[in-house]
Structures are given as structure tokens and as C-alpha cells.
Design a protein around this ligand. Structure first.
Ligand SMILES: *Cc1c(COP(=O)(O)O)cnc(C)c1O
Length: 399
């Protein structure tokens, strides 16, 4: 057999583990990760099949349960997050839905912050109650609201921080403390911060979920998701739910995402450096009325950002001086930055949340979250920062 892929006698840093963790070479000794595009696995004998199924032999059975290429991606994510265990899913929403549904039953109750990605809000606000799981939405920054929302049957808290699109930051350690006092788990959607800049498990969260579609792929190619937590959470709740309901990640997409992880740290840091420069220019521009960037000293929760994040991230949200026509004129005048609803991509992306990602919300609900018709979200990519600055400044002149 081949040599072990990593030294086991000393700890390795994230950047190294992201490149080597979880290697599963075939007999050919290929350098790049093999792609095991297979639904099933053959057994040498009937007895071998029996041993696989009764658990004496821990090998692979069926790609709905596990697959070598998917396992490579999972191992890299587990190492990066510092989690005990984790499972990949076909999309970020499959990860969010599974992370919640796997741990609740009719009669339970969940509490979530109001400021959520649209589909996450649907899961908490509309889907769970259809199956008898009540939900309460609170202002995530107000710890008293979390305390007041707790009921004897509360099983889970759900937050996203920084929030989409307003980039509000919630205190993960404090909210985890309230959850644990209530005997509930805290689930954190860590997409905006990325696992490079924020490690919710070390701050007290119980479960972390990702849309790997965003920074982890980072090149707009595939959907994917990941749920991470303790061995016990995965074994008692998540594993069986995923295995029996089947929102499995395809091995092809897992391969793409595992290769994405090799460059994740480099990409996030480069995008963040450009975002910081662009935020500084936009913040003082006369046609920009309000700007949020987690890396700026004027972020309302700058102290909390310093406490729980390792940087300001790759997203900027701002308001154009005006309303929808001005916001649209700005977007339509951009040439390098593309108009889309994705984020975390090598290509910079502008989004108008009110008419796209948050269109489903009633105008009052959007207003409550601070999303106006002039609000724009910029996901800063890997283009040369001067080209991005010229693009943004030219488009502002068109407003
Ligand atoms: C995109 C996104 C999701 C959903 O992920 P998909 O891969 O699109 O299913 C969930 N949460 C956040 C914060 C996101 O940005």
C-alpha cells in the first residue's frame, strides 16, 4: 500500500491540511484526487457483503450513505472546522434543512434570528411549523429577545452571522450560552464569514452549516453543502437522517469542492484585501449613503467582529443615494462586476436584495431588516482591485 498521506506525530496548519487531508489514492498513485464516480461497491464474497452491512467491516456500501470522493471533501472540511464529524450534502439548503429537521419532532420549538438568507427563513418560518415544530423569530442582536423566546420545548437556535445582506454581527458565544442554558443547540450558518475567518464551534456553537456553493467552490461551478458538529450529533441525529432521506452530494461535485478547498484560504484573503479597499472608497463617496463592511472601524459591532472573526470578509453592503432607479442605474453601468445573486465567487457580483434574494419578504419585513430599494450587496472577487475600483467609480458617475 501507499505511504500515509500526512505525518501523524505533529499538528499541521490549516493551509497544509486543506491541500492534503483526506487523500484516498487508487492503486495508480495519482497525484490529484481520484474521482470515484460510482453509485455502488462490489464485495469479494457474500460474507464480505454481510460484514459490510452488519458494520464489522467499515467500508463503503452505497454512495447515498458515503463515497470515497465525498469522504475526501468531508475530511478536509472537518479538519478546517476543527469539528469531530461532518457530512456533505447536495446544496447549502439541503445542509440547513437537514441540520434542523434531523434534531426536531412535532411539539418542539426553534428560535431563529429574523435576518436570514431567504430560503433559511422559509425553512424556519414556514416549513417547520407545517410539521408541528413551532418557531419564533427574534432580533438576533438583542440577547433579551433570545432569552424571552425560550420555551420548555425549545430544541434549537439558528443564526447566520454576519447576516445577509445587512452584515449585522451576532454574538455567537453569548447566544450559545443562552441556548445551552435552555438545553438547546445553537446552529450557525457560517457562509458569509467562511471557515477561514470564523470558527463557530470554538465559540460555543454546536452545529455549523455551509453552502459550499459560495466561497468553498468559489468559481461558480457546483452546488454543495456541509453540516459539522460533534460525533454524537452526527451519529445520533444527522447520519441516519441523511442516509435515509438522500440529499447526497455527487462525487463529481465533491471532487470540485475538495479542489476548491486547496485554494480557499488564499482566495478568501485576497478577496478580503480588495473588499477592504473598495469599502473605504465607497464609504466616503457622496452617492453612497450607508455602508456596512465588517472590517471597518465604523461597523456598529466592530468590537464583536474583533472578538469572533479573523477579518472583515469579502462582502460589502451599501445604499445608493436614491431609490430603486438609482440602484438599478448603478448596477446596469457596471462592466467588470456581474449582476447575479451568488456570492463568494472569483467573479465580483452585485445583488439587489429587494428584487432578488429577499423579494419573497413583505416590504415591511424587508424594512425591518434594513433592506431598502437602494440597498446593494457587493461580493468582491479576485479581479485586480484597481479594475474593480474603476468599474464601481464609473458606475457611480452614471447614477
Ligand atoms: C447560498 C446560501 C445558502 C443556501 O445555499 P445553496 O447552496 O444555494 O443551497 C444558505 N445560507 C446562506 C447564508 C447562503 O448564502
Amino acid at each position: 500500500m501507499s505511504r500515509p498521506s500526512l505525518p501523524t506525530d505533529r499538528p499541521l496548519r490549516d493551509a497544509t491540511r486543506l491541500i492534503h487531508e483526506g487523500e484516498a489514492r487508487s492503486g495508480f498513485g495519482e497525484m490529484s484526487e481520484a474521482m470515484y464516480l460510482t453509485s455502488g461497491f462490489a464485495y469479494d464474497t457474500m460474507e464480505a457483503a454481510e460484514a459490510r452491512f452488519d458494520g464489522r467491516d467499515p467500508g463503503f456500501i452505497y454512495s447515498r450513505f458515503s463515497n470515497p470522493t465525498v469522504a475526501t471533501f468531508e475530511k478536509r472540511m472537518i479538519a478546517l472546522e476543527g469539528a469531530e464529524a461532518g457530512r456533505a450534502t447536495a446544496s447549502g439548503m439541503a445542509a440547513v434543512t437537514a441540520s434542523m429537521l434531523c434534531q426536531v419532532k412535532a411539539g418542539d420549538h426553534v428560535v431563529a434570528a429574523k435576518a436570514l438568507f431567504g430560503s433559511c427563513r422559509y425553512v424556519v418560518e414556514d416549513l417547520l411549523p407545517r410539521f408541528g415544530v413551532a418557531s419564533t423569530l427574534v432580533d438576533g442582536a438583542d440577547l433579551d429577545q433570545w432569552r424571552a423566546a425560550v420555551r420548555p420545548e425549545t430544541k434549537a437556535f439558528f443564526i447566520e452571522t454576519p447576516t445577509n445582506p445587512t452584515l449585522e454581527v451576532y454574538d455567537i458565544a453569548a447566544i450559545a450560552g443562552i441556548a445551552h442554558e435552555a438545553g438547546a443547540r445553537l446552529v450557525v450558518d457560517n457562509v458569509f464569514a467562511t471557515p477561514i475567518l470564523q470558527k463557530p464551534l470554538t465559540l460555543g456553537a454546536d452545529v455549523v452549516v455551509y453552502s459550499a456553493t459560495k466561497h468553498i467552490d468559489g468559481q461558480g461551478r457546483t452546488l454543495g453543502g456541509m453540516v459539522l458538529g460533534s460525533d454524537q450529533f452526527v451519529m445520533d441525529h444527522l447520519h441516519n437522517f441523511l442516509r435515509q432521506t438522500g440529499p447526497s452530494l455527487s462525487p463529481f461535485n465533491a471532487w470540485t469542492l475538495a479542489k476548491g478547498l486547496e485554494t480557499l484560504s488564499l482566495r478568501v484573503h485576497a478577496m478580503q484585501a480588495s473588499a477592504a479597499k473598495i469599502a473605504d472608497v465607497l464609504a466616503v463617496h457622496p452617492k453612497v449613503t450607508k455602508l456596512a463592511y465588517c472590517g471597518r472601524a465604523d461597523h456598529p459591532q466592530a468590537a464583536l467582529v474583533a472578538k469572533q472573526m479573523a477579518g472583515g470578509g469579502t462582502l460589502i453592503t451599501f445604499r445608493i443615494d436614491g431609490a430603486k432607479p438609482e440602484a438599478f442605474r448603478f448596477g446596469n453601468a457596471l462592466q467588470v462586476v456581474k449582476i447575479s445573486n451568488n456570492l463568494g465567487d472569483a467573479k465580483s457580483i452585485l445583488t439587489h436584495p429587494a428584487t432578488t434574494t429577499h423579494q419573497r419578504l413583505a416590504p415591511e419585513a424587508r424594512a425591518e431588516l434594513g433592506i431598502t430599494d437602494a440597498t446593494l450587496r457587493l461580493s468582491v472577487g479576485l479581479e485586480h482591485v484597481d479594475d474593480l475600483l474603476e468599474d464601481v467609480e464609473t458606475a457611480l458617475k452614471a447614477v
